[in-house]
Design a protein around this ligand. Sequence first.
Ligand code: PMP
Length: 470
Amino acid sequence: MARGNDASDPRLHGTDIAESVIDLIGNTPLVRLKRISELHGIQCVLAMKMETTNPGGSAKDRPALEMILAAEREGLLQPGGTIVEPTSGNTGVGLAIVAAQRGYHCVFVMTDKVAPEKVSLLRAYGAEVVVCPVAVPPEDPQSYYKVAERLTVERQAFRPNQYANPNNPLAHERTTGPELWAQTGGRITHFVAGAGTCGTITGTARYLKSMNPAIKVIAGDPDASVFSGGSGRPYLVEGVGEDFYPAAWAPELYDDVIPISDEESFLTAREVSREEGILIGGSGGMAVAAAIKVAKQAGPDDIVVVLNPDSGRGYLSRVFDDAWMANFGFLRECDECIAAVLDTRGDTPSLLYVNPSHTVRDAIDLMRANGVSQLPVCKNTPPFAAAEVAGAVDELDLLEAIARDASTLSQPVEHVMGPKLPTIGVGQKVSLAVEMLDGAPALLVLAGGRPLSVLTRTDLLTYFEVLSNG
Ligand code: PMP
């Protein structure tokens, strides 16, 4: 249903024709997650707020509209003006839609790490996309922060800055909250959502708690994000969690913040898509995983609503790609998999590694003490994310470097390390490891998205030997 229309064109009166796509932002439906409830033994009503039905396919259409309308009122945007925002995601789409309707030019600044489809998507809406190298520090004039700053000044542009803009949470206070209250007849007892800028959870919480302070508001959060007590180290779920506290962070409004792993987020996204026929992304999977935990504890008359921010369509090459999932160790492809090889190795210690700042001598001592010939070089301390692997050192390479220059022994390994070891998932086929070891000295085994162990040809030989004896 269109949000009614105040169209000046009398031909639209009495019709359900929206005046423009902007009038279709919000008023998203609620749907019960009946099959998920059955599968997880949930007694209460568990329902999902379907933000995918916004014109841009995400919850971000709401703050995009609110931020632009406020900028017009405050004189920050003149007719025909320009909007500059560093974003590659859903906020960009929302801004591009509203800008198209209201005659503004959008410039989105992003890094070259972003998938090409995301660039194409924003360009399809008529936006200008400036791609900056990811491999430069933030203070470099070419960095995407600096380029966004420069373009904002040069083009006399409006910068919405969703992380600091109060109109971001306000959009949800004005629309999402009242919709949930009306759609549940005021009987909503729990609201669950992921948090990135915190606009969704904070704005919605403000409205719901003003109507009934007993309503519980719960954030689902990537387990590495600072919101749930993590360190802000890398994780794979997109759009949620942070390594800092945005302006809208309001812990006094949240009754709980539940940490959820990448693995649980992705597997839940796949389960909801498969079981309910509702295609959702990784952050939606994360929110549903948190909602399932909340709903299991809730009373039979409670109504738990989880907000799904966007569609799984944007994640087909990751969350919904079996090979990608298996390579990170999120899926088991077979019975006779890499896990069985690791089992035959017996009492192998946990992952052996060096930090980039450790000396070559440290690396050699560790290899010698453990009888291994390769070590991954990882930043920080365990548990590592796959993204924290910086490279690898190999006995033979170190030997050659030291033979050339004995002072190499006291140098940090980052000066001499080689490329990262190829990765294989703990649930992938043994035959794949055999193939891969043809061109690599060793493989790095990932489980749940994290480095678990190094796998060598000797490990495979031992495994086949045990198999043939057993
Ligand atoms: N999921 C996805 C995919 C998102 O893009 C965002 C926005 N960053 C969120 C969840 C979280 O919403 P918010 O920024 O309102 O906290």
